[in-house]
Design a protein around this ligand. Sequence first.
Ligand code: GLP
Length: 240
Amino acid sequence: MEFHVYESARAACEAAGVLLAAQITRKGDSVLGLATGSTPIPAYEMLVQWYERGVIDFDRIRTFNLDEYVGIDHKNPLSYHAFMQEHLFGKVNLRAENVHLPSGRSAMAGAAYDEKIRSAGGIDIQLLGIGRNGHIGFNEPAEEFTYGTHIVTLAKDTIEANARFFRSADEVPRQAISMGIGNIMAAKCVVLVATGENKAEAVYNTIRGPITPHVPASILQLHPCCVILADREASRLMRE
Ligand code: GLP
Protein backbone atom coordinates (compact mmCIF):
# COMPACT_ATOMS: atom_id res chain seq x y z
CA MET A 1 0.00 0.00 0.00
CA GLU A 2 1.34 3.44 -0.87
CA PHE A 3 0.27 6.32 1.36
CA HIS A 4 0.78 9.98 0.40
CA VAL A 5 -0.17 13.00 2.50
CA TYR A 6 -0.99 16.44 1.06
CA GLU A 7 -1.25 19.87 2.66
CA SER A 8 -4.76 20.45 1.35
CA ALA A 9 -7.81 18.38 0.47
CA ARG A 10 -7.78 19.90 -2.99
CA ALA A 11 -4.18 18.75 -3.61
CA ALA A 12 -4.95 15.17 -2.47
CA CYS A 13 -7.92 15.02 -4.86
CA GLU A 14 -6.02 16.58 -7.74
CA ALA A 15 -3.27 13.99 -7.26
CA ALA A 16 -5.91 11.33 -7.97
CA GLY A 17 -6.69 13.25 -11.18
CA VAL A 18 -2.98 13.01 -12.10
CA LEU A 19 -3.04 9.21 -11.73
CA LEU A 20 -6.22 8.88 -13.82
CA ALA A 21 -4.79 11.19 -16.50
CA ALA A 22 -1.57 9.17 -16.60
CA GLN A 23 -3.59 5.98 -17.13
CA ILE A 24 -5.59 7.62 -19.95
CA THR A 25 -2.36 8.90 -21.53
CA ARG A 26 -0.64 5.53 -21.47
CA LYS A 27 -3.61 3.45 -22.65
CA GLY A 28 -6.19 5.20 -24.81
CA ASP A 29 -8.84 2.50 -24.31
CA SER A 30 -8.43 2.22 -20.55
CA VAL A 31 -11.28 1.04 -18.35
CA LEU A 32 -11.79 3.50 -15.49
CA GLY A 33 -13.68 2.67 -12.31
CA LEU A 34 -15.28 5.89 -11.13
CA ALA A 35 -16.63 7.15 -7.83
CA THR A 36 -19.09 9.76 -6.65
CA GLY A 37 -19.24 11.79 -3.42
CA SER A 38 -17.74 15.21 -2.86
CA THR A 39 -14.15 13.92 -2.63
CA PRO A 40 -13.52 13.10 -6.33
CA ILE A 41 -14.92 16.39 -7.69
CA PRO A 42 -11.51 18.17 -7.95
CA ALA A 43 -10.09 15.11 -9.73
CA TYR A 44 -12.87 15.34 -12.34
CA GLU A 45 -12.29 19.10 -12.65
CA MET A 46 -8.64 18.42 -13.49
CA LEU A 47 -9.57 15.77 -16.08
CA VAL A 48 -12.01 18.20 -17.73
CA GLN A 49 -9.33 20.92 -17.86
CA TRP A 50 -6.75 18.58 -19.38
CA TYR A 51 -9.33 17.36 -21.89
CA GLU A 52 -10.17 20.96 -22.88
CA ARG A 53 -6.46 21.72 -23.35
CA GLY A 54 -6.03 18.65 -25.56
CA VAL A 55 -3.82 16.80 -23.08
CA ILE A 56 -6.10 13.76 -22.68
CA ASP A 57 -8.73 12.18 -24.91
CA PHE A 58 -11.71 10.09 -23.79
CA ASP A 59 -12.77 8.89 -27.26
CA ARG A 60 -11.91 5.22 -26.55
CA ILE A 61 -12.09 5.30 -22.72
CA ARG A 62 -14.64 3.03 -21.01
CA THR A 63 -16.00 3.79 -17.54
CA PHE A 64 -17.81 1.82 -14.84
CA ASN A 65 -19.18 3.59 -11.79
CA LEU A 66 -19.12 2.01 -8.37
CA ASP A 67 -22.68 2.53 -7.27
CA GLU A 68 -26.10 4.13 -7.55
CA TYR A 69 -29.07 4.62 -5.26
CA VAL A 70 -32.04 2.32 -5.72
CA GLY A 71 -35.43 3.97 -6.17
CA ILE A 72 -34.18 7.28 -7.56
CA ASP A 73 -34.77 8.06 -11.22
CA HIS A 74 -31.56 8.53 -13.22
CA LYS A 75 -32.74 12.01 -14.19
CA ASN A 76 -33.11 13.01 -10.53
CA PRO A 77 -30.31 15.55 -9.87
CA LEU A 78 -29.39 13.60 -6.70
CA SER A 79 -28.80 10.36 -8.61
CA TYR A 80 -25.22 9.31 -9.24
CA HIS A 81 -26.08 9.22 -12.96
CA ALA A 82 -26.81 12.97 -12.79
CA PHE A 83 -23.71 13.60 -10.67
CA MET A 84 -21.44 11.97 -13.24
CA GLN A 85 -23.15 13.79 -16.09
CA GLU A 86 -22.62 17.11 -14.33
CA HIS A 87 -19.01 16.61 -13.26
CA LEU A 88 -17.50 14.54 -16.07
CA PHE A 89 -19.61 12.81 -18.71
CA GLY A 90 -21.26 15.99 -19.99
CA LYS A 91 -17.92 17.80 -20.24
CA VAL A 92 -15.59 15.40 -22.08
CA ASN A 93 -15.80 13.31 -25.26
CA LEU A 94 -16.77 10.03 -23.58
CA ARG A 95 -19.08 8.02 -25.86
CA ALA A 96 -22.48 7.26 -24.31
CA GLU A 97 -22.08 3.55 -25.09
CA ASN A 98 -18.79 3.44 -23.15
CA VAL A 99 -20.23 4.81 -19.92
CA HIS A 100 -21.75 2.41 -17.38
CA LEU A 101 -23.43 2.76 -14.00
CA PRO A 102 -25.14 -0.05 -12.12
CA SER A 103 -28.90 0.09 -11.95
CA GLY A 104 -31.02 -1.61 -9.31
CA ARG A 105 -34.09 -2.09 -11.47
CA SER A 106 -33.90 -5.88 -11.86
CA ALA A 107 -32.70 -8.74 -9.70
CA MET A 108 -30.18 -9.75 -12.39
CA ALA A 109 -28.73 -6.25 -12.63
CA GLY A 110 -25.68 -7.01 -10.50
CA ALA A 111 -24.57 -10.12 -12.40
CA ALA A 112 -25.08 -8.36 -15.73
CA TYR A 113 -22.93 -5.44 -14.57
CA ASP A 114 -20.14 -7.79 -13.48
CA GLU A 115 -20.28 -9.48 -16.88
CA LYS A 116 -19.97 -6.11 -18.65
CA ILE A 117 -16.87 -5.28 -16.59
CA ARG A 118 -15.37 -8.68 -17.39
CA SER A 119 -16.03 -8.38 -21.11
CA ALA A 120 -14.43 -4.92 -21.12
CA GLY A 121 -11.25 -6.63 -19.90
CA GLY A 122 -11.53 -5.57 -16.24
CA ILE A 123 -10.90 -2.22 -14.58
CA ASP A 124 -7.46 -0.68 -15.11
CA ILE A 125 -7.73 1.93 -12.37
CA GLN A 126 -10.42 2.25 -9.72
CA LEU A 127 -11.00 5.59 -8.02
CA LEU A 128 -12.44 5.39 -4.50
CA GLY A 129 -13.61 7.73 -1.78
CA ILE A 130 -14.24 6.34 1.69
CA GLY A 131 -17.17 6.55 4.06
CA ARG A 132 -16.72 7.65 7.67
CA ASN A 133 -17.39 4.03 8.65
CA GLY A 134 -14.76 2.68 6.23
CA HIS A 135 -17.18 1.81 3.44
CA ILE A 136 -16.02 1.80 -0.18
CA GLY A 137 -18.58 2.11 -2.94
CA PHE A 138 -21.62 1.28 -0.84
CA ASN A 139 -20.01 -1.78 0.75
CA GLU A 140 -21.05 -1.16 4.32
CA PRO A 141 -19.44 -2.73 7.42
CA ALA A 142 -20.71 -6.30 7.59
CA GLU A 143 -19.93 -9.79 8.83
CA GLU A 144 -18.54 -10.86 5.44
CA PHE A 145 -16.90 -9.30 2.40
CA THR A 146 -19.14 -9.21 -0.67
CA TYR A 147 -18.02 -10.41 -4.06
CA GLY A 148 -19.94 -9.01 -7.03
CA THR A 149 -22.30 -6.11 -7.71
CA HIS A 150 -25.26 -6.35 -5.34
CA ILE A 151 -28.09 -4.49 -3.67
CA VAL A 152 -27.17 -3.07 -0.26
CA THR A 153 -29.10 -1.61 2.63
CA LEU A 154 -27.40 1.61 3.66
CA ALA A 155 -25.97 1.94 7.17
CA LYS A 156 -27.49 4.55 9.51
CA ASP A 157 -24.17 6.44 9.50
CA THR A 158 -24.16 6.59 5.69
CA ILE A 159 -27.75 7.85 5.57
CA GLU A 160 -26.80 10.59 8.04
CA ALA A 161 -23.61 11.48 6.13
CA ASN A 162 -25.39 11.64 2.77
CA ALA A 163 -28.39 13.57 4.15
CA ARG A 164 -26.50 16.78 3.37
CA PHE A 165 -27.33 16.32 -0.31
CA PHE A 166 -31.05 15.79 0.38
CA ARG A 167 -33.64 17.95 2.15
CA SER A 168 -33.54 15.61 5.14
CA ALA A 169 -32.25 12.19 6.20
CA ASP A 170 -35.77 10.82 5.56
CA GLU A 171 -35.33 11.45 1.85
CA VAL A 172 -32.06 9.52 1.51
CA PRO A 173 -32.79 6.20 -0.24
CA ARG A 174 -32.45 3.20 2.08
CA GLN A 175 -30.96 0.99 -0.61
CA ALA A 176 -28.27 1.22 -3.26
CA ILE A 177 -26.61 -1.04 -5.81
CA SER A 178 -22.85 -1.28 -5.49
CA MET A 179 -19.90 -3.08 -6.98
CA GLY A 180 -18.74 -5.63 -4.44
CA ILE A 181 -15.39 -5.83 -2.69
CA GLY A 182 -14.48 -8.56 -5.20
CA ASN A 183 -14.97 -6.15 -8.13
CA ILE A 184 -12.82 -3.52 -6.41
CA MET A 185 -10.07 -6.00 -5.54
CA ALA A 186 -10.05 -7.22 -9.17
CA ALA A 187 -9.13 -3.74 -10.45
CA LYS A 188 -5.51 -3.62 -11.61
CA CYS A 189 -4.84 -0.50 -9.53
CA VAL A 190 -6.86 1.24 -6.82
CA VAL A 191 -6.60 4.93 -5.85
CA LEU A 192 -8.40 5.89 -2.65
CA VAL A 193 -8.77 9.55 -1.67
CA ALA A 194 -9.65 10.58 1.89
CA THR A 195 -9.95 14.15 3.08
CA GLY A 196 -11.12 15.86 6.24
CA GLU A 197 -11.03 15.13 9.95
CA ASN A 198 -14.12 12.91 9.83
CA LYS A 199 -12.23 10.38 7.69
CA ALA A 200 -9.21 10.13 10.05
CA GLU A 201 -10.45 7.05 11.90
CA ALA A 202 -11.43 5.27 8.68
CA VAL A 203 -7.98 6.00 7.18
CA TYR A 204 -6.19 4.69 10.27
CA ASN A 205 -8.33 1.54 10.44
CA THR A 206 -7.90 0.94 6.71
CA ILE A 207 -4.11 1.09 6.79
CA ARG A 208 -3.13 0.03 10.32
CA GLY A 209 -6.12 -1.94 11.54
CA PRO A 210 -6.91 -5.63 11.13
CA ILE A 211 -8.32 -6.75 7.77
CA THR A 212 -11.98 -7.12 8.57
CA PRO A 213 -15.34 -6.73 6.81
CA HIS A 214 -16.26 -4.41 9.68
CA VAL A 215 -13.92 -1.91 7.97
CA PRO A 216 -14.51 -2.81 4.29
CA ALA A 217 -11.59 -0.66 3.01
CA SER A 218 -9.12 -2.65 5.19
CA ILE A 219 -9.13 -5.42 2.53
CA LEU A 220 -7.11 -3.01 0.37
CA GLN A 221 -4.07 -3.94 2.47
CA LEU A 222 -4.01 -7.08 0.32
CA HIS A 223 -4.28 -5.25 -3.02
CA PRO A 224 -1.04 -5.41 -5.05
CA CYS A 225 -1.43 -1.84 -6.37
CA CYS A 226 -3.23 0.44 -3.93
CA VAL A 227 -2.45 4.13 -3.53
CA ILE A 228 -4.03 6.12 -0.69
CA LEU A 229 -4.01 9.90 -1.01
CA ALA A 230 -4.99 11.90 2.06
CA ASP A 231 -4.87 15.44 3.33
CA ARG A 232 -3.31 16.28 6.71
CA GLU A 233 -6.62 16.11 8.57
CA ALA A 234 -7.58 12.68 7.29
CA SER A 235 -4.09 11.37 8.12
CA ARG A 236 -4.01 12.82 11.65
CA LEU A 237 -4.14 9.46 13.46
CA MET A 238 -1.35 8.07 11.27
CA ARG A 239 1.07 10.52 12.87
CA GLU A 240 0.30 9.59 16.47
C1 GLP B 1 -20.98 7.69 -0.67
C2 GLP B 1 -20.43 6.92 -1.87
C3 GLP B 1 -18.99 6.54 -1.68
C4 GLP B 1 -18.19 7.72 -1.18
C5 GLP B 1 -18.75 8.19 0.15
C6 GLP B 1 -17.98 9.37 0.74
O1 GLP B 1 -21.48 6.88 0.32
N1 GLP B 1 -21.19 5.76 -2.17
O2 GLP B 1 -18.47 6.05 -2.90
O3 GLP B 1 -16.84 7.37 -1.05
O4 GLP B 1 -20.10 8.59 -0.08
O5 GLP B 1 -18.42 10.57 0.18
P1 GLP B 1 -17.70 11.95 0.31
O6 GLP B 1 -16.57 11.92 -0.66
O7 GLP B 1 -18.73 12.96 -0.08
O8 GLP B 1 -17.26 12.07 1.72
